[in-house]
Design a protein around this ligand. Structure first.
Ligand code: ZN
Length: 255
């Protein structure tokens, strides 16, 4: 059986801006190496509007996410779940499988199953179930099954804690994103609608600055200026080749 993994990566995040906060630096490094990148959000973040209706916010945030993805030359997709009310449904699993197959994903990244945000945890659950079904012919998908289950990775949570505030297990590896931090910040800056939201929801006066501090905090743990943190899903049923680690060897830090 083939265990060649296509250099196609699909990131599944719950909301527009999650990709930019957690994985954009690594995506930029992969884009520069010729990887084909798809950024998918389960919702369009319709609750993230202040003084703007859900519908209007959805339209605006899709445009913001598209603009950010374009900076990588990435395709942006939204699976149109409802922000704040994301459930692990059969319909969303099938849409997720469809996208994994359409893009012939060799690698899939999503949130950690013990993330702080309920929508992030639900996204992790949907993507785990969907990735596992990517090769199976009986799945009611519009697309051909893949030859091999994609490699599965998780991105960090804010603060590297679980919902109770406990430190989570150390990342399997960090990626040194110092050389691409500027691009990451440029991508994050596409999400202008979130500045006011963050001020009200998280009492965060400087959203972009606070996110940069997060990269610095991960960087400090890794011993570089800016970093992102990852875990590879090594549970039963998944292939375990360290493809991202090999591809990004010159930026890789393991502790
Ligand atoms: Zn989110």
């Amino acid at each position: 059986m083939s265990t060649e993994f296509a250099r196609n990566i699909v990131v599944f995040a719950a909301h527009p801006d999650d990709t930019e906060i957690f994985v954009a630096g690594t995506l930029k490094l992969l884009a520069d190496r010729g990887w084909n990148i798809t950024v998918c959000t389960m919702t369009a973040g319709g609750m993230g509007g202040i003084g703007s209706s859900e519908e209007k916010t959805i339209r605006l945030r899709k445009r913001e996410a598209q603009k950010a993805a374009a900076l990588l030359g990435a395709d942006y997709r939204c699976l149109d779940g409802r922000d704040g009310y994301l459930f692990d449904t059969e319909a969303l699993r099938i849409k997720t499988i469809d996208l994994i197959r359409e893009k012939k994903a060799g690698v899939v990244i999503t949130h950690l199953p013990m993330d702080y945000h309920s929508d992030h945890r639900t996204t992790a659950s949907i993507v785990d179930a969907a990735a596992m079904l990517a090769t199976l012919p009986n799945v009611p998908s519009r697309f051909e099954p893949l030859d091999v289950t994609p490699l599965f990775y998780h991105s960090a949570t804010l603060g590297l804690t679980d919902p109770l505030g406990n430190a989570i297990a150390a990342p399997h590896f960090y990626v040194d994103i110092t050389s691409v931090e500027d691009t990451k910040m440029e991508m994050l800056a596409c999400h202008q609608s979130q500045i006011e939201l963050m001020r009200i929801m998280h009492k965060m006066d400087d959203f972009f600055g606070e996110m940069k501090k997060q990269d610095i905090a991960w960087g400090r743990k890794a011993g570089v200026q800016y970093a992102e943190a990852y875990w590879q899903h090594l549970g039963g049923g998944y292939q375990k080749q360290p493809l991202l680690q090999t591809e990004l060897a010159q930026y890789l830090i393991t502790k």
